[in-house]
Design a protein around this ligand. Structure first.
Ligand code: ZN
Length: 322
């Protein structure tokens, strides 16, 4: 059956991937790790669920901010490079990461962010959803959306659960008007929803939160410049290794140049770039973040994967203490 599936993909028959469970995590680039860490923990109230290094470049932190359990769909991660200059928003990137809150909570967040000196606060309606857009410490474009709370992950951080960020609501891509990323998302199981101006909404139906991608088609304009404040990649969730293999084979049959499976300790990952240049990852939900340290204290101490354990002394001297 699997061979027949592959064959039909090559023959151009659209066998949709049915294994994607929405957004797993979004990874971005920061400059100062202290400012980055302060903003996402203190100001936004996320929990730092892991302090590790970039496995491909261990002299750089990899910080994971999420709900208290590190639930997939709530995880925003950063590579902070202290001396990086700012990137520029433009065509060919994930342009905005959006968090969910319960209905009626945007006043709380507008007040809170203003108190912390956050710039560019803007209240807008996007697809009939009350939205607060703002700019993070490295110029990253972020937003909070009021959402029906029924299926949102729980919260028990230092911001009361009624007000707290409850994982991702969605992400917005910015692409050229000729982009075929909508076909790719459709192949990955996303369903076309309504359109608002130049922006087309896609959603993975019936899987709960963190399942929306908005694609902003822009005719003309500058290409995005990737640097501090830019999203580095977006990861989509699958339930296990077998699902990841199914997705990998289907994407290869579709024509994507997909990497082999990389062990990221807290999930397994495969990567490929869209024609627009956006880096996509497909990550397994297991094993999660409480694998190399207890749930209660995870995120406090520097965790290193096996291949970088010998670097601990040097890294603890070189990395800016957090
Ligand atoms: Zn990733």
């Amino acid at each position: 059956a699997f061979k027949a599936y592959l064959h039909s993909c090559k023959a151009g028959v659209k066998h949709l991937i049915n294994d994607i469970l929405g957004i797993h995590h979004i990874t971005s680039i920061a400059s100062d790790p202290i400012k980055n860490n302060h903003f996402f923990t203190e100001v936004l109230g996320l929990r730092r669920v892991k302090k590790t290094v970039n496995f491909d470049n261990p002299s750089v932190y990899h910080l994971y901010f999420a709900d208290p359990k590190g639930t997939p769909g709530t995880v925003l991660t950063y590579f902070p490079f202290p001396s990086r200059s700012r990137g520029a928003r433009g065509i060919g990137e994930v342009a905005q990461a959006r968090f969910a809150v319960l209905p009626g909570r945007l006043d709380f967040w507008e007040d809170r962010l203003a108190q912390y000196g956050v710039s560019d606060l803007l209240r807008v309606d996007r697809f009939a959803t009350a939205t607060l857009e703002f700019t993070g410490p490295d110029g990253e474009s972020l937003a909070i959306c009021e959402t029906n709370g029924a299926s949102l992950p729980p919260a028990d951080g230092h911001i009361p659960a009624q007000e707290a960020l409850r994982g991702f609501h969605s992400a917005e891509f910015c692409v050229d008007a000729s982009s075929e990323v909508g076909d790719l998302l459709t192949f990955m199981g996303f369903v076309t929803q309504t359109r608002e101006g130049e922006t087309q909404r896609f959603e993975r139906p019936s899987i709960g939160p963190a399942s929306i991608i908005d694609v902003h088609y822009k005719a003309g304009g500058e290409k995005a410049q990737e640097n501090a404040g830019s999203v580095h990649h977006i990861a989509f969730a699958v339930k296990d290794d077998e699902a990841q293999q199914r997705v990998r084979q289907a994407l290869i049959a579709y024509g994507c140049q997909v990497t082999g499976v990389k062990d990221r300790s807290y999930f397994k990952a495969i990567y490929f770039r869209t024609q627009d240049g956006i880096l996509f990852e497909v990550a397994t939900n297991p094993p999660g973040f409480a694998t190399d340290e207890p749930l209660e204290t995870m995120g406090e101490r520097l965790c290193l994967p096996e291949q970088h354990k010998s670097l601990r002394d040097r890294l603890e001297r070189q990395l800016i203490p957090l």
